[in-house]
Design a protein around this ligand. Sequence first.
Ligand code: SF4
Length: 322
Amino acid sequence: MIAFGPVPSRRLGYSLGINNIPAKYCTYSCVYCQVGRTTHMTIDRQEFYPVDQILAEVGQKVAEVAEAGKRIDYLTLVPDGEPTLDINLGKVIGGLKQFEIPVAVISNASLIDRLDVQEEIIQADWVSLKVDSVDERVWRKINRPHRRLSLPRILEGMFAFKQKFPGKLVTESMLVAGLNDSEKTTRQLCDFLLELQPSISYLSIPTRPPAEVEVTPPSPEALQEIIEICSEQAPFVDLLFEAEVGDFVSTGNLREDILSITAVHPLREEALRDMVSAVGGTWQVVEDLLTSGGISSIRYREERYFLRHFKDIRRKNVEPVP
Ligand code: SF4
């Protein structure tokens, strides 16, 4: 299926996803990738689906959503691989304009030093570029890039693109324990972001089963330190890891519900309080989980977030990658 959703997204509202790359063609094989290890590692742009097919499938979805009386805020290129590998990307984005809905592209930035890629995604309204680390050694470990890619060229490409892009540029950085969660790495990343000046820099953590079983988010203490460094150095940094619980369906066991939802997404205190009161529970359940170590809490900009201990999740849900 090329078009899917729309799914509610904190960054983009109701986003209709467009999967213009088959799994799993990518320029990276990130240790935390939720699609699994990269089976087709390439930096060669190519055609995967005809442009007409992509536009027809999106058109059909757009019509169905309109008929159901629902709205779409963004048409988002967010495939099971790297969207800029699609040699027809410019034509696809140009073609999507007919629907008169803003277009977003979520890219790992690995090909952003290429002029053709810059000229194509410049047509989008919103572009997210990945930057997990600006330290070459860390970048190699976390993103496991194609051997012909160069981090300095990518970082320069991001600056060049920022200069000419009239839309909204955001960055996204995934924080992984033991890889990019040290004070030094965080300060280097913040210095780069400060120079780049994107609209927002989102920080996230691997909360769903990642490609590599040993991948875990930073500890609550390390996260707290990262948040403090970033808030002080780069005020446009934001956390992308809280969930809303609007569609929360209770299983009747509040303790288990809290453990399962915080395993996928850390929750803001307000959202967690709403969830507890929606099922007639008491806050004591949360206090008991904190005391027993089932969940932890961290603070960010006057807000408290609750997250599950990842090691616990890993034991239960993730089988090792063969
Ligand atoms: S860039 Fe995205 S799709 Fe590619 S390996 Fe990394 S997380 Fe997965």
